[in-house]
Write a protein that binds this ligand. Sequence first.
Ligand code: CA
Length: 242
Amino acid sequence: MKLSFINARVKPIFYKYLGGGSMRLLVLEDNLTLAQGLKTSLIKAGYAVDLIHDGKQGLALLKYQAYDLLLLDLGLPSIDGIDLLKELRAFNSALPVLIISARDQLDQRIHGLDLGADDYICKPFGLDEVCARVRALLRRGTNQTKSILNYADLTLDTHTRRLSFKGQLIELHRREFTVLEYFLLNIGKILSKEQIAEHISSFDDDINPTAIETYVSRLRKKLDESLNLKTVRGLGYLLENE
Ligand code: CA
């Protein structure tokens, strides 16, 4: 559904499937090799990621699709990354932005940060370092200080993608894991099925909101004792404090 919308509005568009996760990232990078490397690393790190190679197309997308973080190259076709950042901040001041660029001069960095980037990493960089910075920026947005999320006797490691109950590893389907992670990042908030689906989808991995019901019921079955997950009629779900 989202895909046809994009094709209609900003044709032609180049998107790539990057897998599912509880946080949705947009990578704006025109170097295909680098973009591919970022893609692989970010999938492994458990994020849902959309990839765009063109500045104007990226900006158009950012106007209607909610993302949790933007990785932004500065030298992009059709619109420069710095100009894109200026325009982005005019309508979205909250989106964390990590600039990835070869422009490593100090004044460029300061300029990027002044315009509202949250962090800056210079090429060439290690993909592990990018993932670490992405984690740090996303934690900032959720008041989370570590990569470990604790809830009752559950421990979810957002880095290794493992869940344990009283120290025992629990097997979860990838999607069950990401849905649980999203709940744990939003304790005390009512989340609609649509909202959850939106955050764990990417273009080629579009998750139907009704599928969320299935993941929730499986999570309840597996984690019944420890998960205080309520259904709020007509609104969605609420994970209450442990
Ligand atoms: Ca570039």
